[in-house]
Write a protein that binds this ligand. Structure first.
Ligand code: ARG
Length: 219
């Protein structure tokens, strides 16, 4: 039997611990990617050329290369240079660095979508550039970027599965191991269920949030 219902029951405990690992990876990495993403987006939007080039370079390199390759550099390239690290830590660092580049563009789009009249009004009321940013632009940006940030969270959660290829014991790795031992696809199907338990409610949340914004008390 290539699909064995009894394996559903027997594989769940192992897959569950893999799921906790995957979940732990995003829960730790995503919040840390946010401040880093903010830094890149501010650099990217800076007045001066040097910080702007720095931000753009980082964002373009990270977004322009596969996450899979970035993982290989970290897990197989760095050790050649004598850099050793716990796989969970290393995985988290790569996810944080990768996601921060995508988040930076989400933040930039959000900030730049705020009507120019808003900052002109704030400035004419005597607010400084900084005050305008923190008290006028950012609060409005936050509501606007929550749906896209949530989909970025979902992407990172699914991207944790790539860590199976570099030896992190997360959900996908457990499924692979059980399938290798039993010659049965069932663990993969159960793993799909574990991913969906998180992604479906979050997708619903994004949809309802977007519907509410479209009805728009505020645009
Ligand atoms: N599969 C893509 C890659 O290999 C995922 C990158 C992450 N994408 C994202 N929006 N966070 O690069």
């Amino acid at each position: 039997l290539f699909f064995d219902p009894t394996l559903i029951v027997t594989s769940v405990p192992a897959l569950f611990s893999g799921w906790l690992m995957s979940l732990g990876l995003v829960i730790i990495s995503f919040p840390l990617a946010i401040p880093l993403g903010l830094i890149w987006s501010f650099l990217r939007m800076a007045k001066h050329r040097l910080p702007r080039a720095l931000g753009a370079t980082y964002i373009n390199i990270v977004r322009g290369t596969p996450l899979f390759l970035q993982l290989y550099i970290a897990f197989f390239g760095l050790p050649l240079m004598g850099v050793q690290m716990d796989p969970f830590m290393m995985g988290a660092i790569v996810l944080i660095m990768n996601s921060s580049a995508y988040l930076a563009e989400i933040f930039r789009a959000g900030i730049q979508s705020i009507n120019k009249g808003q900052s002109e009004a704030a400035r004419s009321l005597g607010m400084s550039g900084m005050q305008t940013m923190f008290f006028v632009i950012i609060p409005q940006t936050v509501r606007r970027v929550i749906p896209t940030m949530t989909s970025e969270f979902i992407l990172m959660y699914k991207d944790t599965s790539l860590l199976a290829a570099v030896g992190v014991m997360e959900l996908m790795m457990y499924a692979k191991t059980i399938t290798a031992a039993t010659g049965n696809v069932t663990p993969y199907i159960v793993a799909a269920g574990f991913y969906l338990i998180v992604t479906i409610p979050m997708t619903k949340f994004i949809n309802s949030m977007e519907a509410r914004m479209a009805h728009g008390h505020r645009k």
